[in-house]
Every structure is written in C-alpha cells, then in structure tokens.
Write a protein that binds this ligand. Structure first.
Ligand code: NAD
Ligand code: UFG
Length: 333
C-alpha cells in the first residue's frame, strides 16, 4: 500500500515526502509542477536514498488522477496541491477557486470510487479570519478575507459534508500557521519565483543582497514592538505533524480540524534579528504602512494537536533561521 502526496514536489510536500520515506512508507507524488521543479525529486532521493514514483499530472485532469489510483494501491492521500498566494488570489480568483476546489472535488470523487477514504488536508490559519482573539482554538468561528482563504474554508466545509454523507471517511484538516525553514541538508526549501510576498523569503533575499531592503508593514500594532506577530513553525516539524495526522486518520473515522503551530508568536523585528544572527548578515529594513488584510497577532493553541496526535513542534526560531539560511546560501552559491 502506498501514500499519495499531491503537491509533493512543493515546499511543504517535499519535506513531508522525506518524512514518510524515512519512516519506511511507499510514497507516490502527483504534481503539475506549476509552482515547483522536477529536480526536487532528485534531492528527495539524495536525502532519503529512496525512489519516489512521480506522476506529472494536474488534479483537474480526472483521467490522469484515475490512472494513478488504478495503477497503485493507495491507502491514504496527503493533499497539498493548491495555489497559495493571497495577493494573486485577489487578482485571479476564478483560477484559485477552480484549481483548489475543483481539484479537490475530482480527487475526492476518484478516492471514493477506489474506496480510499483517508485524507490529510492542508488548510491554513487564515480560516480564523480577522476577529478572533489569540491563541486561535479549533472551535472558534471561521471566516475568510480573500479568495485563497475562501478556498480553504470551502474545502473544509466540503470535506465535513463528505463525512456526513459517508461515515467511512477519515479526514484531518491541518491548519498551518507560518511554515518557514528548510531541510537540515540544505537541499530542499522554499524557493518562490519572482519577488517573495512572505516575510522569510524576503528577509533571506535581503541578506543575500538580491533585494535591497525589507519593508516592515506597520509598527503601530498592539504587539511587543508594534510589528506584526506570527507563529512561525519549522517545516520539518510540520512534516512530522503530517505523519502523526496520518497515523490518526488510519485509526479513526470522522473529520478533525487541528492547528499545526508552535503556540509562540514572534514579531517581524524579532525575526529580522534572529535571521541576522543566523546568517551573520545585516538585513536592511524600513518601516512602511500596514499591509491591507493583515492582523496584529496570529498564533495557535497547540492543545488539540498534542492531545490527538501526541505532536509538538520542537525547533525554535534560531534553528528555523539557520536552516533557511543554509538552504538560501546553497541556492545562491
Ligand atoms: P507550494 O506551492 O510549494 O506547493 C504546492 C504544490 O502543488 C506545487 O508543487 C504545485 O505545483 C502543486 N499544484 C498546484 N495546483 C495543482 C494541481 N491542480 N494539480 C497538481 N499539482 C498542483 O506550496 P506549499 O507552501 O508547499 O503549500 C502546500 C499547501 O499548504 C497548499 O495547499 C497551501 O495552500 C497550504 N498552506 C501553505 C502555507 C504556507 O505558508 N506555505 C500556509 C498555510 C497553508
Ligand atoms: N511582512 C512584512 N514585510 C514583508 C512581508 C511580510 O513586514 O515583506 C510581515 C507581515 O505584515 C506579517 C508578517 O510579516 O506581519 C508575516 O507575513 P507573511 O506574508 O510571511 O505571512 P502571513 O501571516 O501574512 O500569511 C501566511 C501565508 C498565508 C496563510 C497565513 C496564515 O502567506 O497563506 O500565513 O497561515 F494564510
């Protein structure tokens, strides 16, 4: 039996593939390479010494998805494939709705047909919206403020409805906080195309000299130093969380939303400082106006992940920055 990892050549998917391979599972990756490179497969092999079966296919292509299920015995799906840029989702919403939602619908229909009813889904802390108080707890009211967030919220609802219609399903909705860092080997990490939107890749770009200076979006929030606070989580801790979620769905039925975060928040300026320490470089920055749609603070309650999965993040911010820097330095050398 194999585990199918959709979006497995992407940032989080590649680290999770490594985690499953190292734990002895047979892994199959499907990805359309719209936001990742095929070379990632060689890196996964270098790290693990193991082969991964790869299908270059789009989840929107039902025939291709059926082929994967007909050619393999798949016991569970770890579903990462999706478009994820918040700003872009405002510009091209239909593409986001179609790719993320239709892709998931086709995947679920094919899974049902092949009697594979175990799924771990990549949701996001963005579903907590703008009005909850931190720490975010899984049973808080949910809302979305942009098309990307709406796709996550809608997919959570779809998967809940799917379970109501068929109680054999077992689904874990993992709400990630802010994944950063890279594999300790420096071989895989986050390498966004073009100018990065997210804090860490931007900071790394400034440290290498590729970008001139960071714009810090707002210093008048009600936080430790006025800059935005987020729950940064090492991507390797996140990958480990998927293995725990997989074990859980294999032993239970039902739908559970679970936060994957550290429970600790760091401000933009604290991240800049930690990155300077890890890299030995100066990260130039200037204070800019707030970015539309940002909230002051976002961090997780980690109680449910600990209780259900026995999982806890173990790597601290310094380690996240060290590993990010190792990967960035390798890519740029
Ligand atoms: P990523 O873009 O690196 O990986 C996603 C992968 O999915 C890419 O390799 C892309 O080529 C592939 N893909 C997209 N649409 C596809 C389709 N229709 N068919 C086949 N493959 C397709 O992103 P990531 O950071 O690894 O995120 C993985 C998942 O986690 C996404 O669903 C994302 O929304 C979610 N998430 C990410 C973050 C984050 O900050 N990185 C936070 C919360 C949730
Ligand atoms: N920030 C800057 N300058 C930048 C980029 C970011 O000051 O150039 C600040 C932001 O204002 C925020 C913090 O750094 O305070 C983190 O911003 P990111 O863009 O890295 O991350 P977000 O918390 O805005 O969003 C991320 C993902 C979303 C996901 C959300 C919740 O990008 O997909 O976390 O999980 F929905």
């Amino acid at each position: 039996m194999a585990i199918l990892i959709t979006g497995g050549t992407g940032y989080i998917g590649s680290h999770t593939s490594v985690e499953f391979l190292n734990a002895g599972y047979e892994v199959i990756i499907v990805d359309n390479l719209s936001n990742s490179k095929v070379e990632v497969l060689d890196k996964i092999k270098q790290i693990t010494g193991k082969e991964v079966k790869f299908y270059e296919a789009d989840l929107l292509d039902r025939v291709a998805v059926e082929q994967i299920f007909s050619e393999n015995q798949i016991e569970a799906v770890i579903h990462f494939a999706g478009l994820k840029a918040v700003g872009e989702s405002v510009t091209i919403p239909l593409r986001y709705y179609h790719n993320n939602i239709t892709g998931t619908l086709i995947l679920c229909e094919v899974m049902s047909k092949y009697n594979c009813k175990k799924m771990v889904f990549s949701s996001s802390a963005t579903v907590y919206g703008m009005h909850n108080a931190v720490p975010f707890v899984e049973n808080m009211p949910l809302s979305a403020t942009n098309p990307y967030g709406s796709t996550k919220l809608m997919i959570e609802n779809i998967l809940n409805d799917l379970y109501v219609s068929d109680n054999e399903w077992s689904i874990s909705l993992l709400r990630y906080f802010n994944p950063i860092g890279a594999h300790i080997s420096g071989l895989i990490g986050e390498a966004p195309n073009g100018i990065p939107n997210n804090l860490l890749p931007y900071v790394a770009g400034v440290a290498t000299g590729k970008l001139e200076k960071l714009k810090v979006y707002g210093d008048d929030y009600d936080t430790v130093d006025g800059t935005g606070v987020r729950d940064y989580i090492h991507v390797e801790d996140l990958a480990a969380g998927h293995l725990c979620a997989y074990s859980y769905v294999m032993q239970h039925t039902g739908v559970e939303a679970v936060n994957l975060g550290t429970g600790k928040g760091y401000s933009v300026l604290q991240v800049v400082k930690a990155f300077e320490k890890a890299s030995g470089k100066t990260v130039r920055y200037e204070i800019s106006p707030r970015r539309a749609g940002d909230i002051a603070s976002c961090y997780a309650s980690t109680e449910k992940a600990e209780r259900l999965f026995g999982w806890q993040a173990t790597r601290d911010l310094d380690k996240m920055c060290e590993d990010s820097w190792r990967f960035t330095s390798k890519v740029n050398s």
